[in-house]
Design a protein around this ligand. Structure first.
Ligand code: ATP
Ligand code: MG
Length: 457
C-alpha cells in the first residue's frame, strides 16, 4: 500500500528545495521583516494544506506535482524537471542524512528496533496532537530512551521544519549551557535561513532560541540530560555552574512556543515537575522494559538460542526487559553456554553474577547516590520483598538518615533504581542482584560493621 502511494508522488530534489528556500528567504526579508514565514503563512500563501506544506519542506513524503507547482508559483518560481524526483523507499541512513534541515548528528541507529508500539502512539499523541512543548523520556540506563527518541523523531520529522539532536557525547561532557545553546542556534538559524548572528549573553541566546521555537515548528532533542544534573541528595537538580540549564528548561517549559523539546534522562529534571500534566504542554514517559516476545527477538539478533517458553519468560523478566542488559546477556549466553537459556538460568537462580557489563552500568548509577540513598538500596536488597516507607524507617539507624529517607526514596524513584507498587517499594531483580553483590563486597571489606553502610568508606 505504502509503496503504491509513494510511487504516485514526488519530492523536491535538494536543488529544488534550495531554490524554494532561497525564494522564501528573499520574500521573508521584503514582506515579512525578520520574523520568517510560519507554516500557516506558507500554507495560506501557497494555497495548500498545512500538512502538504510540511511534506514539501520535509522532502520525505511524496506529494502530487501540482502541489509542488503551487508552492513554487507562490514565490514566483517555475517548477523544472531538476527540481523534483520520485522518492525511493527510504532506508534509515537516507532518512537521516538526506534532509539538510534535520540534524541527526550522532544519534544512535534504530535499524534494529522491537516493540514500543504503545509508547510510540502515546508520544505521537503528545507531540503531534497535544503539541506538547516539553516531553521527557525517563528510565534506567539501557532501557531504550535514546533509541525510542530517534525512532519517534524519524517517524515524525516531516511534521517539523527543523530537527536538532544534541546527544550523549556533547551532553555527556556536560558543556556549559552557553556552548550547547550556541551549537543549537547555529544549526537552527542556518536551517531556517536566518542571519547567523548569535548574542554573547546567555539571555540573548535564550531569547533567540525562543524566537525560533515560537515562530517555527522545530523538534529539539536533548539526549542524556542527567549528565548536567546533580548527583547525590537531590536527584534532578542542576549541577553547580550549570544552573543556566535550569533557566533554559524553565523557559522551554513556561514560554508558549510551537515547537517540541524532547529530553531523555535517567533522572527527572526538577524543572519538569511543577507544571507536568494535562493541558500544561509538559509530559513525561517512564519507560519500562521490553516484553518477553520482544526481548526474545532482541536475543535472536545475536544468534541461535535454545530454551522453553518458560525459560525465555523467566530470563527476560529477570533482566526487567532492559534491552541493553538483554543484549549483553545474549552475547554472554552465546559465548559461555552455546546459546542454552537453561544454563544461564542455573546461574541466575543461584544469584551468581556473571555478566560484568551490567554491573558496570549499574555501578555508574550507584556512584551518583548519596550515603542515605545507597543505604536504602541495601535495605531494599536485604528485604528482597516490597516494603513500606515505615518499614524502611525502622531499618535506618541514625536519626539524620531517617529524616532524609523520604527525599532519598523520591530521588531513587526518579533515578529509576527503585520501583513502587501502591505504597511499597522494591528493586528490579537485576538491580537487586547487583545491590546484594555490592553489599557483600562491602561486608567483606568492612568486616561485620555492615551498618557502616551508612558511612561511605
Ligand atoms: N526497542 C528496541 N529494540 C531493539 N533494541 C533496542 C531497543 N531499545 C533499545 N535497544 C538497544 O538497547 C541498547 C540501549 O538502548 P539506549 O541507548 O536507547 O538506552 P538508554 O535508555 O538511552 O540508555 P542510557 O541511559 O545509558 O543513555 C542499545 O544498544 C539499543 O540499540
Ligand atoms: Mg541514552
Amino acid at each position: 500500500m505504502k509503496q503504491n502511494r509513494r510511487s504516485r508522488g514526488f519530492i523536491l530534489t535538494l536543488k529544488g528545495w534550495d531554490k524554494l528556500q532561497a525564494s522564501i528567504t528573499k520574500a521573508d526579508l521584503t514582506d515579512n521583516a525578520q520574523l520568517g514565514f510560519s507554516l500557516e503563512e506558507l500554507s495560506s500563501r501557497m494555497g495548500l494544506a498545512l500538512h502538504t506544506v510540511s511534506r514539501i519542506q520535509g522532502r520525505s513524503e511524496p506529494i502530487d506535482k501540482s502541489s509542488l507547482q503551487s508552492a513554487f508559483a507562490a514565490f514566483g518560481l517555475e517548477l523544472c524537471e531538476e527540481d523534483y524526483t520520485r522518492p525511493n523507499p527510504p532506508n534509515e541512513l537516507e532518512v537521516r542524512g538526506a534532509y539538510p534541515q534535520y540534524d541527526w548528528g550522532e544519534a544512535p541507529s534504530v535499524s534494529v528496533f522491537y516493540g514500543r508500539s504503545v509508547e510510540l502512539v502515546q508520544l505521537r499523541e503528545w507531540v503531534l496532537e497535544e503539541q506538547c512543548r516539553l516531553v521527557a523520556l525517563l528510565g534506567i540506563g539501557g532501557i531504550g530512551k535514546s533509541t525510542l527518541a530517534v525512532k519517534l523523531g524519524l517517524e515524525i520529522q516531516t511534521e517539523f521544519e527543523v530537527v536538532v539532536w544534541r546527544s550523549r557525547r556533547s551532553l555527556q561532557n556536560a558543556p556549559p549551557v552557553e556552548e550547547i545553546l550556541t551549537s543549537i542556534l547555529q544549526f537552527l538559524l542556518w536551517a531556517l535561513r536566518k542571519e547567523i548572528a548569535i548574542a554573547q549573553s546567555f539571555d540573548g541566546k535564550v531569547s533567540k532560541l525562543m524566537e525560533c521555537l515560537m515562530n517555527h515548528r522545530c523538534l529539539l532533542i536533548l539526549d542524556n540530560v542527567e549528565t548536567i544534573l546533580l548527583s547525590g541528595d537531590r536527584a534532578g537538580q542542576c549541577r553547580p555552574g550549570y544552573e543556566g540549564y535550569d533557566r533554559l528548561l524553565k523557559c522551554l517549559r513556561e514560554v508558549p512556543h510551537r515547537s517540541c523539546v524532547l529530553l531523555t534522562s535517567r533522572e527527572k529534571p526538577r524543572e519538569m515537575i511543577p507544571l507536568e500534566g494535562e493541558k500544561t504542554g509538559v509530559r513525561s514517559l517512564q519507560l519500562k522494559g521490553l516484553n518477553p516476545t520482544e526481548g526474545r527477538q532482541l536475543f535472536e539478533q545475536k544468534g541461535q538460542f535454545a530454551g522453553t517458553e518458560r525459560d525465555w519468560q523467566v530470563l527476560i523478566e529477570h533482566y526487567g526487559g532492559n534491552p541493553l542488559a538483554l543484549k549483553m546477556v545474549a552475547s554472554g549466553t552465546q559465548e559461555l553456554f552455546n546459546g542454552k537459556i537453561a544454563s544461564v538460568l542455573d546461574y541466575v537462580q543461584q544469584g551468581i553474577w556473571i555478566f560484568e557489563d551490567i554491573g558496570d552500568l549499574l555501578e555508574s548509577q550507584f556512584n551518583r547516590l548519596s550515603m542515605v540513598q545507597e543505604e536504602v538500596m541495601y535495605w531494599l536488597a536485604i528485604h528482597r520483598e516490597p516494603v513500606s516507607l515505615a518499614e524502611l524507617a525502622e531499618d535506618i539507624v541514625t536519626s539524620a538518615s531517617k529524616r532524609q529517607l523520604p527525599q532519598a526514596i523520591k530521588s531513587l524513584l526518579r533515578r529509576s533504581l527503585v520501583e513502587k507498587s501502591e505504597e511499597y517499594f522494591f528493586l528490579q531483580p537485576v538491580v537487586m542482584e547487583y545491590t546484594t553483590q555490592r553489599l557483600l563486597d562491602r561486608v567483606k571489606k568492612l568486616g561485620n560493621g555492615v551498618l557502616g553502610i551508612g558511612h561511605r568508606a
